[in-house]
Write a protein that binds this ligand. Structure first.
Ligand SMILES: [Zn+2]
Length: 362
């Protein structure tokens, strides 16, 4: 056993013993939002998923690694069409390259869901003069990509906004990034234009404001949400009362899909210095990678299923980003369990994904 992962296991938990203590979930869990990469990391992930009762994953995997991930995960995995974000020629990868990749994902990997990643910081990653043609969610290239995906029978997943903490800090310049609310204007135009179904990642990008999400869900019946982004979801859902969360999940039953946003890569398994490619910030050995991945399922299952009221085991640097006088980078928010009923858990963990994805999961 190597040393524990300090950022993913602040509490010194034995995540194998904790999985046994939590027991089997009320129904096998479908993780509707995850990024599994790396042959070896996939093996570590598969052990974690099996321990925590996750039976299916809908994964945004790098195309170059999809064969390896499929070898390891087998029938557990469903693949999402994504652009080649890491390409040296990002502009091509996000435009014509993505059109070609959508076809490949569909033909070779049976993808029935495509991703439109539209985080405000894409403006920094794609600073070229052509950015206005593919960065805004309703820009010409995005429209072409959505049209192609829909013609192939794909649903559309969107990342539209980031945490309020980011709009208070790194996105404070609204003339560059827009306000948080303005992110939703191109989204609504696309929701009117394409039938979907749509899945808005990270509780629609606004877990801080269930009222805003209710309004969006009421006005757009094609919209569904996933609950992925563990640190963000744990921090913000914990702040809502149990009654508020139960009311929301009951009212939109079948439209809120469980997700983790776990990211796996073989770089997590390598000692940082030897690999020379990775800082080792998240994990730098198989055991640290195990704790990194397990911490997400531990935190999410504890949030949704239990009455736990205590520190999250996962360091959340957003606390220090907003209030550096009060918090350090390894501090964590309070996790307040919502002890959902078995009926609500069954829909969140499985029923909603089965309703939206249908026989793709069979
Ligand atoms: Zn993600």
């Amino acid at each position: 056993m190597s040393e524990r992962n300090p950022d993913a296991n602040r509490l010194g938990l034995d995540y194998r013993a904790e999985a046994a203590r939590l027991g089997k979930p009320v129904v096998p869990i479908i993780d509707a939002h995850i990024h599994v990469n790396g042959r070896e990391a996939s093996k570590v992930f598969k052990e974690v998923a099996t321990l925590y009762g996750v039976s299916r994953v809908v994964t945004q995997t790098r195309l170059a690694e999809a064969h390896a991930v499929r070898d390891v995960l087998g029938s557990m995995a469903r693949f999402v069409a994504i652009p080649d974000y890491g390409s040296a020629d990002r502009e091509t990868a996000m435009t014509s390259g993505y059109l070609a990749d959508i076809e490949t994902w569909h033909a070779e990997f049976g993808a029935r869901l495509m991703k439109l990643w539209c985080a405000p910081r894409l403006r920094d990653l794609a600073p070229g003069p052509g950015a206005s043609e593919f960065v805004p969610l309703d820009s010409p290239w995005r429209v072409k990509q959505a049209a192609l995906g829909q013609s192939l029978g794909m649903m559309i997943k969107v990342h539209i906004a980031d945490p309020d903490t980011w709009f208070q800090t790194k996105y404070a310049d609204a003339t560059r990034y827009g306000t948080k609310r303005s992110q939703y204007e191109p989204l609504e135009r696309m929701l009117d234009r394409f039938a979907g179904p749509w899945i808005l990642a990270h509780m629609g990008g606004w877990p801080e404001d269930l009222g805003f999400l209710s309004d969006l869900l009421d006005r757009h019946p094609s919209v569904n949400l996933d609950t992925s982004a563990t640190k963000w979801i744990v921090r913000e859902v914990s702040k809502h009362s149990r009654a508020e969360v139960v009311d929301f999940l009951t009212r939109y039953s079948g439209r809120i899909l469980f997700g983790s946003d776990i990211v796996t890569t073989d770089e997590h398994l390598m000692a940082a210095k030897k690999a020379g490619v990775y800082s080792g910030e998240l994990a730098s050995s198989p055991e640290q990678a195990f704790e990194l991945y397990a911490s997400r399922y531990w935190a999410l299952r504890t949030l949704w299923e239990t009455v736990y009221d205590g520190p999250s085991p996962i360091a959340d640097p957003d606390l220090a980003m907003v209030d550096p006088a009060r918090f350090g980078p390894t501090d964590a928010p309070t996790l307040r369990g919502k002890s959902l009923t078995p009926d609500l858990l069954r829909v969140l963990y499985s029923g909603a994904a089965r309703r939206v994805f249908g026989n793709w999961l069979d």
